[in-house]
Design a protein around this ligand. Structure first.
Ligand SMILES: N[C@@H](CCC(=O)N[C@@H](CS)C(=O)NCC(=O)O)C(=O)O
Length: 213
Protein backbone atom coordinates (compact mmCIF):
# COMPACT_ATOMS: atom_id res chain seq x y z
CA UNK A 1 0.00 0.00 0.00
CA UNK A 2 1.52 3.33 -1.08
CA UNK A 3 0.00 6.72 -0.25
CA UNK A 4 1.19 9.68 -2.27
CA UNK A 5 0.64 12.99 -0.51
CA UNK A 6 1.49 14.94 2.59
CA UNK A 7 0.84 18.37 4.11
CA UNK A 8 -2.72 18.84 2.89
CA UNK A 9 -6.10 18.35 4.55
CA UNK A 10 -7.04 16.07 1.68
CA UNK A 11 -4.06 13.78 2.16
CA UNK A 12 -4.69 13.91 5.93
CA UNK A 13 -8.07 12.19 5.32
CA UNK A 14 -6.36 9.16 3.86
CA UNK A 15 -3.58 9.01 6.48
CA UNK A 16 -6.33 9.19 9.12
CA UNK A 17 -8.41 6.39 7.58
CA UNK A 18 -5.33 4.16 7.25
CA UNK A 19 -4.47 4.73 10.92
CA UNK A 20 -8.05 4.10 12.07
CA UNK A 21 -7.85 0.76 10.29
CA UNK A 22 -4.28 -0.01 11.43
CA UNK A 23 -3.15 -0.61 7.87
CA UNK A 24 0.62 -0.43 7.33
CA UNK A 25 1.59 1.71 4.35
CA UNK A 26 4.43 3.52 2.66
CA UNK A 27 4.34 7.30 2.31
CA UNK A 28 5.53 8.99 -0.86
CA UNK A 29 5.99 12.57 0.41
CA UNK A 30 4.59 14.40 -2.60
CA UNK A 31 3.52 17.95 -1.76
CA UNK A 32 1.07 20.10 -3.68
CA UNK A 33 2.18 23.25 -5.46
CA UNK A 34 5.87 22.38 -5.22
CA UNK A 35 6.21 21.04 -8.74
CA UNK A 36 6.25 17.49 -7.39
CA UNK A 37 2.76 16.73 -8.69
CA UNK A 38 3.63 17.84 -12.22
CA UNK A 39 6.79 15.80 -12.86
CA UNK A 40 6.55 13.29 -15.68
CA UNK A 41 6.97 10.44 -13.21
CA UNK A 42 4.06 11.59 -11.06
CA UNK A 43 1.91 12.41 -14.10
CA UNK A 44 2.32 8.77 -15.18
CA UNK A 45 0.93 7.79 -11.79
CA UNK A 46 -1.90 10.34 -11.70
CA UNK A 47 -2.78 12.26 -14.84
CA UNK A 48 -4.70 14.80 -12.76
CA UNK A 49 -1.42 15.82 -11.04
CA UNK A 50 -2.99 15.97 -7.60
CA UNK A 51 -2.59 14.42 -4.18
CA UNK A 52 -3.72 12.26 -2.49
CA UNK A 53 -3.33 9.12 -4.59
CA UNK A 54 -3.34 5.55 -3.30
CA UNK A 55 -1.77 2.49 -4.86
CA UNK A 56 -3.10 -0.75 -3.40
CA UNK A 57 -1.70 -3.63 -5.39
CA UNK A 58 -3.02 -3.25 -8.92
CA UNK A 59 -5.56 -0.61 -7.96
CA UNK A 60 -4.54 3.03 -8.24
CA UNK A 61 -7.14 5.50 -7.03
CA UNK A 62 -7.44 9.26 -6.63
CA UNK A 63 -10.06 11.46 -4.90
CA UNK A 64 -9.64 11.62 -1.13
CA UNK A 65 -13.24 10.65 -0.32
CA UNK A 66 -13.27 7.74 -2.75
CA UNK A 67 -9.98 6.45 -1.32
CA UNK A 68 -11.23 6.60 2.28
CA UNK A 69 -14.50 4.86 1.39
CA UNK A 70 -12.64 2.20 -0.60
CA UNK A 71 -10.36 1.50 2.38
CA UNK A 72 -13.29 1.26 4.77
CA UNK A 73 -15.23 -1.07 2.47
CA UNK A 74 -12.26 -3.32 1.75
CA UNK A 75 -10.50 -3.43 5.11
CA UNK A 76 -12.99 -2.08 7.65
CA UNK A 77 -14.82 -5.30 8.62
CA UNK A 78 -17.78 -3.14 9.57
CA UNK A 79 -15.73 -0.22 10.90
CA UNK A 80 -15.94 3.32 9.48
CA UNK A 81 -18.86 2.67 7.10
CA UNK A 82 -22.37 1.23 7.54
CA UNK A 83 -22.40 -2.00 5.58
CA UNK A 84 -25.87 -3.51 5.82
CA UNK A 85 -28.51 -0.90 6.65
CA UNK A 86 -29.46 0.79 3.36
CA UNK A 87 -30.91 3.85 5.11
CA UNK A 88 -27.72 4.38 7.11
CA UNK A 89 -25.68 3.95 3.94
CA UNK A 90 -27.86 6.56 2.22
CA UNK A 91 -27.25 9.02 5.06
CA UNK A 92 -23.54 8.16 5.08
CA UNK A 93 -23.15 8.91 1.37
CA UNK A 94 -25.26 12.04 1.70
CA UNK A 95 -22.87 13.42 4.33
CA UNK A 96 -19.77 12.39 2.35
CA UNK A 97 -21.00 14.02 -0.87
CA UNK A 98 -22.20 17.07 1.05
CA UNK A 99 -18.76 17.53 2.66
CA UNK A 100 -16.91 17.07 -0.63
CA UNK A 101 -19.17 19.31 -2.71
CA UNK A 102 -20.96 21.90 -0.59
CA UNK A 103 -18.01 22.44 1.77
CA UNK A 104 -14.74 21.31 0.20
CA UNK A 105 -14.99 21.95 -3.54
CA UNK A 106 -17.54 24.63 -3.94
CA UNK A 107 -16.96 26.90 -0.98
CA UNK A 108 -13.75 26.33 1.05
CA UNK A 109 -11.47 25.63 -1.92
CA UNK A 110 -12.90 28.62 -3.80
CA UNK A 111 -12.20 30.89 -0.82
CA UNK A 112 -8.63 29.61 -0.44
CA UNK A 113 -7.90 29.78 -4.18
CA UNK A 114 -9.45 33.13 -4.97
CA UNK A 115 -8.94 35.09 -1.77
CA UNK A 116 -6.83 33.10 0.68
CA UNK A 117 -3.32 31.72 0.80
CA UNK A 118 -3.58 30.14 -2.66
CA UNK A 119 -4.27 33.40 -4.48
CA UNK A 120 -0.67 33.46 -5.71
CA UNK A 121 -1.33 30.29 -7.71
CA UNK A 122 -4.84 31.14 -8.91
CA UNK A 123 -6.57 34.43 -9.67
CA UNK A 124 -8.02 36.78 -7.08
CA UNK A 125 -11.79 37.06 -7.35
CA UNK A 126 -13.60 39.00 -4.65
CA UNK A 127 -16.98 38.15 -6.16
CA UNK A 128 -16.27 34.41 -6.11
CA UNK A 129 -15.07 34.63 -2.50
CA UNK A 130 -18.11 36.62 -1.41
CA UNK A 131 -20.50 34.08 -2.91
CA UNK A 132 -18.53 31.14 -1.49
CA UNK A 133 -18.50 32.63 2.02
CA UNK A 134 -22.23 33.19 1.94
CA UNK A 135 -22.88 29.69 0.56
CA UNK A 136 -20.66 28.14 3.24
CA UNK A 137 -22.53 30.01 5.97
CA UNK A 138 -25.81 28.62 4.66
CA UNK A 139 -24.67 25.05 3.98
CA UNK A 140 -22.90 24.55 7.32
CA UNK A 141 -26.30 24.87 9.02
CA UNK A 142 -27.32 21.58 7.40
CA UNK A 143 -24.55 19.77 9.27
CA UNK A 144 -25.41 21.63 12.45
CA UNK A 145 -28.82 19.96 12.37
CA UNK A 146 -27.28 16.52 11.78
CA UNK A 147 -25.01 16.80 14.83
CA UNK A 148 -27.50 16.43 17.64
CA UNK A 149 -24.93 16.75 20.41
CA UNK A 150 -21.32 18.06 20.23
CA UNK A 151 -20.10 14.79 21.75
CA UNK A 152 -21.75 12.71 19.03
CA UNK A 153 -20.36 11.76 15.68
CA UNK A 154 -21.93 13.20 12.57
CA UNK A 155 -24.00 10.02 12.07
CA UNK A 156 -24.82 9.67 15.77
CA UNK A 157 -23.09 7.07 17.93
CA UNK A 158 -20.69 5.58 15.44
CA UNK A 159 -17.51 7.15 14.05
CA UNK A 160 -17.30 6.80 10.27
CA UNK A 161 -15.41 8.09 7.24
CA UNK A 162 -18.13 10.77 7.07
CA UNK A 163 -16.56 12.26 10.23
CA UNK A 164 -13.10 12.19 8.66
CA UNK A 165 -14.34 14.03 5.58
CA UNK A 166 -16.53 16.50 7.41
CA UNK A 167 -14.05 17.21 10.21
CA UNK A 168 -11.17 17.91 7.81
CA UNK A 169 -13.44 20.43 6.06
CA UNK A 170 -14.09 22.04 9.44
CA UNK A 171 -10.35 22.23 10.11
CA UNK A 172 -9.84 24.03 6.83
CA UNK A 173 -12.80 26.32 7.66
CA UNK A 174 -11.32 27.25 11.05
CA UNK A 175 -8.12 28.35 9.31
CA UNK A 176 -9.99 30.42 6.75
CA UNK A 177 -12.19 31.94 9.46
CA UNK A 178 -9.16 33.99 10.63
CA UNK A 179 -9.40 35.90 7.37
CA UNK A 180 -13.01 35.55 6.18
CA UNK A 181 -16.39 35.91 7.93
CA UNK A 182 -17.19 32.21 8.15
CA UNK A 183 -19.91 31.49 10.69
CA UNK A 184 -19.03 28.11 12.12
CA UNK A 185 -21.64 26.94 14.64
CA UNK A 186 -20.36 26.73 18.22
CA UNK A 187 -21.13 23.04 18.65
CA UNK A 188 -18.48 22.08 16.09
CA UNK A 189 -15.67 23.26 18.37
CA UNK A 190 -16.18 20.39 20.85
CA UNK A 191 -16.90 17.97 18.00
CA UNK A 192 -13.58 18.83 16.32
CA UNK A 193 -11.65 18.64 19.61
CA UNK A 194 -13.09 15.18 20.31
CA UNK A 195 -11.93 13.91 16.96
CA UNK A 196 -8.50 15.52 17.33
CA UNK A 197 -8.07 13.50 20.52
CA UNK A 198 -8.30 10.22 18.65
CA UNK A 199 -4.99 8.35 18.58
CA UNK A 200 -5.41 7.60 14.87
CA UNK A 201 -5.86 11.30 14.12
CA UNK A 202 -2.70 12.18 16.01
CA UNK A 203 -0.64 9.52 14.25
CA UNK A 204 -2.09 10.59 10.93
CA UNK A 205 -1.19 14.22 11.58
CA UNK A 206 2.41 13.21 12.22
CA UNK A 207 2.46 11.13 9.04
CA UNK A 208 0.88 13.94 7.03
CA UNK A 209 3.16 16.57 8.60
CA UNK A 210 1.99 20.16 8.98
CA UNK A 211 -0.77 21.19 6.61
CA UNK A 212 0.62 23.84 4.32
CA UNK A 213 -2.70 25.29 3.06
N1 LIG B 1 -11.03 16.38 -5.18
C1 LIG B 1 -9.65 16.06 -4.92
C2 LIG B 1 -8.85 17.33 -4.79
C3 LIG B 1 -7.37 17.06 -4.69
C4 LIG B 1 -6.58 18.35 -4.70
O1 LIG B 1 -7.07 19.39 -5.15
N2 LIG B 1 -5.34 18.27 -4.23
C5 LIG B 1 -4.46 19.43 -4.22
C6 LIG B 1 -3.79 19.57 -2.86
S1 LIG B 1 -4.91 19.69 -1.54
C7 LIG B 1 -3.36 19.19 -5.22
O2 LIG B 1 -2.76 18.14 -5.23
N3 LIG B 1 -3.08 20.15 -6.11
C8 LIG B 1 -2.02 19.96 -7.08
C9 LIG B 1 -0.91 20.89 -6.92
O3 LIG B 1 -1.21 22.00 -6.54
O4 LIG B 1 0.27 20.56 -7.12
C10 LIG B 1 -9.55 15.20 -3.65
O5 LIG B 1 -10.38 15.37 -2.75
O6 LIG B 1 -8.65 14.36 -3.56
Amino acid sequence: MILYGIKSFRSLRVHWTLHELNIPYVIEPIESRTGQTSTSDYTKIHLGQKIPYLQDGKLGISESAAICIYLAEKYGNGKLIPITDINKRARFFQICFYAMTELDAHTLYIIAKHGGSLVKYYKRSDAAVEVAVSEFNKQILVAERWLKNPNDYIMGEVFTVADILFCTCLMSAYRLAHQFPLEIPEKFIAYTENLENRKAFQLASIANQTVAL
